[in-house]
Design a protein around this ligand. Structure first.
Ligand code: GAR
Length: 208
């Protein structure tokens, strides 16, 4: 798809947010709840939820909230439009002004990153730049933090650029790592911090 960025408006009011999820969607839920509670003060609205996995529970959360859902699987061959191009197409058609990766595990690349530069944010379960990059997702991050003997961890919300977990950091929230922690207990503690950080970041972006 060839999109001319100047030919569509990225800053409509309210800012339309497209949330990308691959799994449980507890961070999506935090965003849904925030909108219901008026945290966005009418300046932002969740316009759709997209998943690269048809069985992601996040899709069910969206359906329950009455939000349109989209399923787009990663391309199986080089002849199909890429996942990123299909997301770009959907985002432009729906006048999306902010794309939020809330536990989305496919990599985004190509025109999507260029057209939506500064308008895609990602949530990562560590204090970047520590424990980011290829293969650093979900449980693997917490296991690496424990193996490294860290005494604190947390979450980061950052702008998405063409690298992996390398974009400008917007928000970080720290949590302690306890001697008794398993990757599960650490993940749970970080999830609480994430639910606050992702909403803070969305507010920050829609007020820009
Ligand atoms: C979150 O912990 C998020 O930081 C992580 O996936 C989890 C999704 O949880 N994202 C990554 O690891 C991306 N590298 P959720 O589905 O309950 O919101």
């Amino acid at each position: 798809m060839r999109v001319q960025p100047e030919r569509f408006v990225l800053s409509e009011n309210p800012v339309k947010m497209l949330i990308l999820v691959s799994g449980n969607g507890s961070n999506l839920q935090a965003l849904i709840d925030a909108e219901k509670q008026g945290v966005f003060e009418g300046a932002g609205t969740i316009t759709g939820v997209l998943s690269d996995r048809p069985c992601a529970y996040g899709l069910e959360r969206a359906r329950l909230a009455g939000i349109p859902v989209y399923i787009e699987l990663p391309a199986k061959s080089g002849t199909e439009p890429s996942l990123s191009d299909r997301i770009l197409d959907l985002a432009v058609k729906n006048h999306v002004g902010l794309i939020i990766l809330a536990g989305f595990l496919s990599l985004l690349r190509g025109d999507l990153i260029k057209v939506y530069a500064g308008k895609i944010i990602n949530l990562h379960p560590s204090l970047l730049p520590k424990f980011g990059g290829k293969g650093m997702m979900g449980e693997a991050v917490h296991q690496a933090v424990l193996a490294a003997g860290e005494t604190e961890s947390g979450c980061t919300v950052h702008l998405v650029d063409s690298g992996i977990d390398t974009g400008t950091i917007l928000i970080q929230r720290k949590v302690p790592v306890l001697p008794s922690d398993s990757s599960r207990s650490l993940a749970d503690r970080i999830h609480h911090a994430e639910h606050i950080a992702i909403v803070e970041a969305a507010v920050m972006m829609i007020r820009r």
